[in-house]
Design a protein around this ligand. Structure first.
Ligand code: SF4
Ligand code: SF4
Length: 433
């Protein structure tokens, strides 16, 4: 049962009026071999090789996988471990130094009629994954095993600070609609929706005008509340159906795709463009000029902010992603990956001393999925992961609401994530807790 509680973390959408700016080609990139949900990529190049922008440098025969391409032209300096900003450990990475060449590999542009298989193949060849954070390979999402009625573009962008989707909808609306039409065709959906929170009135007005010529597409205005952008919450709001526990949106006839992913799909199909760059928001109360920038994948954060960010008095916390679902980082020496949506630099934080649980029940009342974060946490602390599963650990989509409302400042999502990781390991090994 998805609850309708209302939570409005302060929005802080400081960069919503800042047009997307293209950043310069970096001198060096670090391409992590894991940038998506699914199989790890194996390097297809070696130290000393010359590569061209758009060239495949990491591949795998796995189905749930998206190839890794070089985002610059240059020479492979080394293949060595580098810190992953989400996994929090070093993984195999290809380090490339730019040679100044403007060469770029593109795929052959396609024209209608285009078959669903061609769309899926193009999504895979272009290395597309969900760019909102989960980084699920797009070609897999476009191959549902159940009948689909609705293809929904997720333009909610309910996370505070982030404005990538908002700017993309304003600056690339026609590509977004083209991408949605491709998605509808690939999954066989008769209806297309662009779901936008009501705090983005300019994007709503623009897209409502542009979809007039497509009778099967409409703009759906969502109330601005957190976590409206979580797939399961959004589906309940739009079609009134709940995705079953442990299920997927396709179980209720829906496929949901992120705004930037749909735009990248249109670019891959009609322009042959490979995913080598992405739009991110740089924001937070520690910087003077928030911005939306298009950055080469693999650029080290330190290099991204070198010429773009000014700190008034330093910062106390750096998060990759939004403040509710993002990942705090201990270093700027981490690369931009396909799922990176923002770089957030915060001066003041909500971090306070953690206290004991006072059993107020606010975390449970505020969980949109009616899970039991307090009980998942106590079970996880005891190493009783099967009990954590009983209280719903595996269903959690890590929206962060429970942690946000907890008066004892208990990092509940952290414990849910630990439980999920341990449950995944247990499933793999067949062990029990
Ligand atoms: S993060 Fe917390 S509130 Fe959000 S779904 Fe998970 S348990 Fe529920
Ligand atoms: S909100 Fe925090 S203090 Fe209240 S029950 Fe949940 S974990 Fe305990």
């Amino acid at each position: 049962m998805i609850l309708e509680h209302e939570l409005f973390p302060h929005e802080f959408k400081f960069s919503s009026k800042k047009p997307i700016v293209n950043l310069q080609t970096p001198k060096r990139i670090v391409m992590l071999m894991q940038q998506h949900t699914g199989a790890l990529a194996q390097p297809t190049v070696k130290a000393g090789d010359t590569v061209i922008k758009g060239q495949v440098i990491g591949d795998s025969p796995g189905y749930v996988f998206a190839p890794i391409h070089s985002s610059i032209s240059g020479k492979v300096k080394s293949i060595s471990p580098w810190l992953h900003p989400i996994l929090g450990r070093e993984i195999e990475s290809i380090i490339i130094e730019a040679d100044g060449s403007a060469d770029e590999i593109r795929l052959k542009p396609l024209n209608y009629p285009i078959t669903p298989d061609e769309i899926r193949q193009r999504a895979r060849d272009a290395g597309l994954v969900g760019q909102g954070g989960a980084a699920f390979p797009t070609h897999v999402k476009l191959n549902p095993t159940k009948p689909i009625e609705y293809a929904i573009i997720n333009g909610a962008e309910c996370e505070p600070y982030l404005t990538v989707d908002h700017r993309q909808m304003l600056e690339n609306p026609k590509k977004l609609i083209s991408g949605l039409r491709l998605i509808m065709s690939a999954v066989g959906a008769k209806k297309g929706l662009i779901a936008i929170e009501d705090n983005k009135k300019d994007a709503i007005t623009l897209l409502k005008v542009l979809v007039r010529e497509f009778p099967d597409i409409r703009v759906f205005v969502l109330p601005s509340k957190y976590p409206q952008g979580a797939e399961k919450v959004m589906i309940k709001t739009i079609i009134g159906k709940e995705v079953p526990r442990g299920g997927l949106p396709q179980d209720v006839g829906v496929v949901v795709i992120n705004v930037s992913t749909a735009i990248s799909l249109a670019e891959a199909v009609f322009e042959g463009k490979i995913l080598t760059e992405k739009v991110i928001t740089i924001s937070g109360d520690a910087i003077s000029e928030p911005a939306n920038v298009k950055v080469h994948l693999g650029t080290i954060v330190k290099d991204v902010i070198e010429n773009t960010v000014e700190f008034a008095n330093g910062y106390s916390r750096f998060i990759m992603g939004g403040p509710m679902t993002g990942f705090s980082q201990a270093t700027l020496d981490v690369p931009i990956i396909k799922g990176t949506s923002g770089l957030l630099f915060l001066r003041k934080t909500r971090i306070q001393e953690t206290a004991e649980c006072i059993r107020c029940g606010r975390c449970i009342q505020n969980c949109p999925l009616r899970l039991m974060p307090a009980y998942i946490t106590s079970s996880t602390k005891l190493g009783e992961y099967s009990r954590a599963e009983f209280y719903g650990a595996s269903d959690c989509f890590e929206c962060g609401r429970c942690s946000y409302v907890c008066p004892a400042n208990i990092p509940l999502v952290h414990y849910v994530k630990v439980a999920k990781t341990e449950l995944f390991k247990m499933k793999k090994t067949g062990s029990k807790s």
